[in-house]
Design a protein around this ligand. Sequence first.
Ligand code: HPA
Length: 245
Amino acid sequence: MGCLAIIGGTGLTRLPELQVTGRESLETPFGSPSAELVRGLLAGREVLFLARHGDPHRIPPHRVNYRANLWALREAGATAVVAVNAVGGIDAVMPPGHFCVPDDVIDYTWGRASTFFEDDLEQVTHIDFTQPYDESLRQKLLAVLVAQGYAHSSNGIYGAAQGPRLESAAEIRRMERDGCAIVGMTGMPEAALARELELPYACLALVVNPAAGKAQGPIRMEDIEAVMAAGMARVGAVLAGVIGT
Ligand code: HPA
């Protein structure tokens, strides 16, 4: 039977709410996923959990094997994916601690293996990506955020940056002109690969810092970590709520 998969990002290497029932090491035609897939029960339902950056956290955003991750989750029975991403806030309505469930994405990454459709093709395939995120999964996340009373935005464009460095202030101004509300390093190609596998996919983004140039002075990792610890503690409750609906 199929189940929901959760991809945990920075700050969410493990999900404390998960009652672990098993771990699976899978190999895929695209290599190894970032970590063992963790199978468990969340709010009484079976879910799969994968730490995007490995456990312990050691794989930088541009080195994550996104293809292996998505492929392995599907092989293990995932029928939908909720991705958790720590992001910088570009739009003033996205302060640290705020959640955003983006409804669109702009991909500024480069040099990442970003498609399953490149070798041994019977035909050239172009997936539709007009709406990158699954609307029904988005609405489930939003309903739980409303019910749990967490400050959030119900839409926004996720700007996917290459990393691992943070952006310059001018890069953020450009993203802002493009309409991006938040910036992260792992939103793509993950969303597109999920679509290629026809897995409904949505993103729960937690703002952990004002993006470059949006606050006085440099971005300090200590500040990010403090926001992350508090915010990710709430993420487990949101995910449990989504599973329960
Ligand atoms: N930029 C890119 N990725 C991020 C940021 C940021 O400011 N914060 C957390 N992930």
